[in-house]
Design a protein around this ligand. Sequence first.
Ligand SMILES: [Mn+2]
Length: 505
Amino acid sequence: MATCRALIRQWPQWPRHLRRPTSVGVLSRLSPPRIQTQSTVRRAYSSISAAELKFGQPLHETHPHLLEPGELTPGITALEYAQRRSRLANKLPKNAVAVLAAAEVTYRASGIFHEYRQDSNFFYLTGFNEPNALAIIVNDGSGDNHLFHLYAREKDPKAELWDGARSGTQAAMDVFNADESGDIERISNILPKVLAGATEIYTDIPAFNPGRSSLHRYLYGPSGASEKLRKLIDIRKVKPLRPILNEMRAFKSEEEVVQLRRVGQAAGRAFTAAMRQNFTKEKDLTSFLEYNFKVNGCDGSAFVPVVAGGSNALSIHYTKNDDTLKDGDMVLVDGGGEMGTYISDITRTWPVNGKFSDPQRDLYTAVLNVHRTCVSLCRESAKLSLDGLHGIAENGLKDQLQQIGFDVSGDALRTLFPHHLGHYIGLDVHDCAGYSRNHDLKAGQCITIEPGIYVPDDERWPAKFRGIGIRIEDSVCVGDDNPIVLTTEAVKEVGTRGMSIHVLS
Ligand SMILES: [Mn+2]
């Protein structure tokens, strides 16, 4: 992929002027010729500058420090969103529709909401970052064209005074380039008309996908869908949308790779900054890391970080982060930032006091050697899948561990390396859920490489290694002949006294 070759040469400064030109400034970022059907609200070009208006999310006109001209969300242009919709429409049969719902606001207690996180597929196709919205993409049979409906919350000064600005239905068309829009409160009148002519309906709305917990299903029934919706949609016409979107999202565009590199760089720098400090509590290290993600430009953490001192590292998803950090132990830190809804995923393990003991260094070097080998194979020309790479990691770790005195017979590796080598990344930490790890990796795919060794306190293993857990993880973009390490700013080489950073500082 020429993109990746160009990135390897040109990073860290991806030349902005090479970006595809898009219209700038005043409302209406795109105006491709579109076929108008009867609309609830007609597209009308406003003469008001966007900077004078308030929207439900940052835009270049209101937040030029966050978005470049032409971008609808950080790093991603309005044009790219339109192209994604067009590509999806082309994958649907003629007169079929895709229906996507925005994520709901969730609550941690009565009236106390969690930070809002948009549904990734909805975001991928719209860039619209508000709850209570519905997107419909129609293959209207016009070839490369398609119809895009975006129903959203209408502007409401009273509600906005409490809950902050909304973009409203006019911006749904003028900024987010919908052909049709309308007040989401009227969706029960609108939807039957829109779906009436559809030959097939591609959707993952839970009516037909009861993915909730067994307790939820027991208490509330098999689906969250209303009787109304179930009557409205002929279940025989419904097909899952996710597999089609996985095929699209698994391969990143230039803009996406640049954004993933940006968030990888910011988070990587936060890790290296953390290694320069001395911490006596997991909690303090956690706070420092998350603060530095934000200071470096991330919106926040992509997931609850693991900050695990000593043998806490043996629990893969340890997130209590409330223990002390002891002199002589190592600390395993698995964290990542999120920026414009793209994420990074990094793990580093370093000595709390900055100096490796001999067994710590031996085990660390074993994991690092396998990590390096696997990263070097993140290229299309290697013709390997994530599962294939996992096998190479297992054999490599076996070999390395044997050299430092481990008995690796039988199912030893299952115990010592109990998780997979990696997963896809992108908008989600575990991107494209359900997309097989069996496909050979192609240029433009972004994955993690995270070998680890966790030695239980068990007589089967050499005493000097017991209680040590080490994982080294980078986010990587697969290139044609070379990998692009997206998180290279996080130091991982061993120096004479500890991590190289301790030597440098
Ligand atoms: Mn990971």
